[in-house]
Ligand binder design. Structure first.
Ligand code: ATP
Ligand code: MG
Length: 433
């Protein structure tokens, strides 16, 4: 579990803002659910044989002797909340969520025990076009963040009937080849056979080349549906690759499953994963209701943005990675100077200017150095001398100058009327300074 410091949170906030704007444009509204749920929700929702439920959950007994779990993902909670409030009677729900998730995994780059997801759930729509739309929301968001070189892979898992039939076929085929399988896959043969398809070992990958595929086992209707989704993605000009071995880790998926990956991330390549989960709502006690959703891993997304920014300093991603600067750095000294500086800072902030007030009490030259480091275009200097004359001093800080004495302009302003000051700071075109 990691801390995020200001150098990181600025980038996180920029990403979150763009995401919120994209969700707004797509008519997707935010839902916030508790971090803690009754364990049974995930047992029923995600499936007891999955890695998440079987090995990764933070589960404990609370003081009321209930088994509780820190949420390992968002979908089950969103469905629970929607059912509990009876929202489905108002028609389809288009919702997004964001926040920490908890999984007891082996930590490594892009894999943490507390991590953050940003997710979308579209509940109550089964039309194939909504698959393309919801994938499109993720695609546009990643595009808006200035990330290129992403690959969208899609597959169909067919209906839950198709899945069952295929699972039988696959198990039968693998059972006669157990000597060629790794231990993990042999165990999954009885617990969660479809997950074998997702095996990362190259020997298993080779073996699976000749295994029966899902796509040739699904019924006509499911095949047609998948064709429709692909055609719709093409019409939206969203490039994709069909990956017949793509299965998702959670048990509730049916029909369309997809992942968006980046080769910047090494082994933890998946930035976004999602799919259709038409069986989940009923599984959690609701009426039969189709649904589709996805989740982006924020930590991995940030890693991709940072890599993109490094690779191209002029990229959009590089802009997000740069910090946001204050408008004014307020340098101050002396009893009176410090007092008036705080009052002025509050007044200028009320005018909407971003003012960084130096609280150090250190020498003017030290404060000037910090002012330059802050990247503020302006500094205001308030010492007792200035304040006694009812004045303050506005200085333009030269970009990249290390020496305080190189300040370009030096303008006195009246402390009684700083409207002129506000105007200058707001309107100065720094490219001409
Ligand atoms: P993986 O195969 O990488 O374990 P998953 O199938 O378990 O992923 P999902 O449950 O679909 O992942 O979660 C969606 C996204 O959340 C993933 O694509 C990934 O970006 C992110 N994610 C999942 N687990 C973690 C983790 N432990 N640390 C950081 N990000 C994670
Ligand atoms: Mg996982």
């Amino acid at each position: 579990m990691v801390d995020l410091f200001p150098e990181q949170t600025l980038l996180w906030q920029a990403v979150e803002k763009i995401a919120r704007d994209q969700f707004h444009l797509a008519g997707i509204k935010e839902i916030r659910t508790p971090l803690l749920e009754i364990t049974d929700l995930f047992n029923r929702g995600i499936g007891e044989e999955t890695d998440v439920v079987g090995k990764e959950m933070y589960t404990f007994i609370d003081r009321g002797e209930r088994s509780c779990t820190l949420r390992p993902e968002g979908t089950a909670s969103v469905v629970r909340a929607v059912l509990q409030k009876g929202l489905l009677s108002q028609g389809p729900q288009r919702l997004w969520y964001g926040g920490p998730m908890f999984r007891y995994e082996r930590p490594q780059a892009g894999r943490q025990r507390q991590f953050h997801q940003l997710g979308v759930e579209c509940i109550g729509v089964g039309d194939f076009r909504s698959d393309a739309e919801i994938i499109g929301v993720a695609w546009m968001l990643l595009h808006d963040l200035g990330i290129e070189d992403l690959v969208l892979e899609i597959n169909t898992l067919g209906s839950s009937e198709d899945r069952k039939n295929y699972q039988q076929k696959l198990v039968k085929w693998l059972e006669t080849r157990q000597d060629q399988m790794d231990e993990d896959s042999r165990r999954r043969l009885t617990t969660n056979p479809l997950r074998i398809l997702d095996s990362k070992s190259s020997a298993m990958k080779d073996l699976l080349q000749n295994a029966p595929t899902l796509i040739e086992s699904i019924c006509e209707e499911s095949t047609v549906r998948f064709e429709n989704v692909k055609n719709m993605l093409e019409a939206l000009e969203i490039p994709f690759k069909v990956n017949p071995n793509l299965v998702r880790g959670l048990d509730y998926y049916t029909h369309t499953a997809f992942e968006i990956t980046s080769d910047q991330l090494g082994a933890q390549a998946t930035v976004c994963g999602g799919g259709r989960y038409d069986g989940l709502i009923q599984q959690l006690g609701g009426p039969p209701t189709p649904a589709i959703g996805w989740a982006i891993g924020m930590e991995r997304l940030i890693l991709v943005i940072e890599a993109a920014a490094k690779a191209n300093p002029n990229s959009k991603a590089a802009q997000f990675a740069s910090t946001s600067n204050p408008d004014i750095y307020l340098i101050n000294q002396g009893e009176l100077g410090k007092k008036i500086a705080l009052i002025l800072a509050m007044k200028l902030r009320a005018e909407g200017l971003c003012v960084e007030l130096d609280n150090s009490g250190s020498s003017f030259s030290k404060q000037f150095k910090r002012a330059n480091r802050s990247n503020a275009p302006f500094a205001i200097v308030l010492g007792d001398d200035e304040v006694n004359k009812g004045e303050g001093r506005l200085k333009t800080l030269l970009k990249n100058s290390k020496e305080s004495s190189q300040s370009h302009t030096d303008k006195l302003f009246s402390l009684d009327d700083y409207s002129n000051l506000v105007r200058i700071v707001r309107t100065t075109d720094l490219t001409k300074v």
